[in-house]
Design a protein around this ligand. Sequence first.
Ligand SMILES: [Zn+2]
Length: 250
Amino acid sequence: MPTKKLSSSKLSANQSPAKRVAKVKDGVPLSVVIRRRIQAQKARFHANDNIAQFIEPGELEGLVDEVAEKMQSVLESLVIDTESDHNTKNTSQRVAKMFVKEVFNGRYVEQPALTKFPNVSHLNELMIIGPITVRSACSHHLCPIMGRVWIGVLPSKESALIGLSKYSRLTEWVMCRPQIQEEAVVHLADMLEKKIRPIGVAIVMDADHFCMQWRGVKDRDSKMVNSVMRGAFLKDANLRREFLALMDRR
Ligand SMILES: [Zn+2]
């Protein structure tokens, strides 16, 4: 009888083979395979870094399966009877999917495509976008951060303009990662400066931190407000005042 080489990738019965990549590749966990690709390029993979370029099609599904398996061990270590407790039976799978496909998705998917328009009418008036609702999580406890962001842009005559909805999509992409608020606003400002090349960019973020409310000091009313001012917003106090007055933080 001819020996048949068994593929190490065993697909779950209910998944189509084309879509799902197994969580183990040649005996190596998928997360390790991805990590090696990143290290080979000497790239960073901190919690708030995007690693989409190192992930091949279908691998995200495999990553969900790997996280689910580990999450199941966490539940077991928490001494939760996931077999007879019907509420927690599929919790590991649900949490894994939530992390990879929803709340931390900004790490794993490519930056949303941006349509840029040349600034044909040479607009150089202050634009304010917001409040944009954001959800994020602190990288210390993975506790939710729920907040709002306002973006001020002073385009130059040469700036490329992007559609209004793209500001929300870019913000969401940056925020859907575990991080700290101070770094998140700086990251967003860097990205907008690079994309739009404006005379100035201003960002204000105002958020509730659940690691202050749900745990720790249990201070329900504490909020954190951060701002980043770049270019003209830094140099021109009038422009800064105009932005802060118009953004209407209620
Ligand atoms: Zn925290």
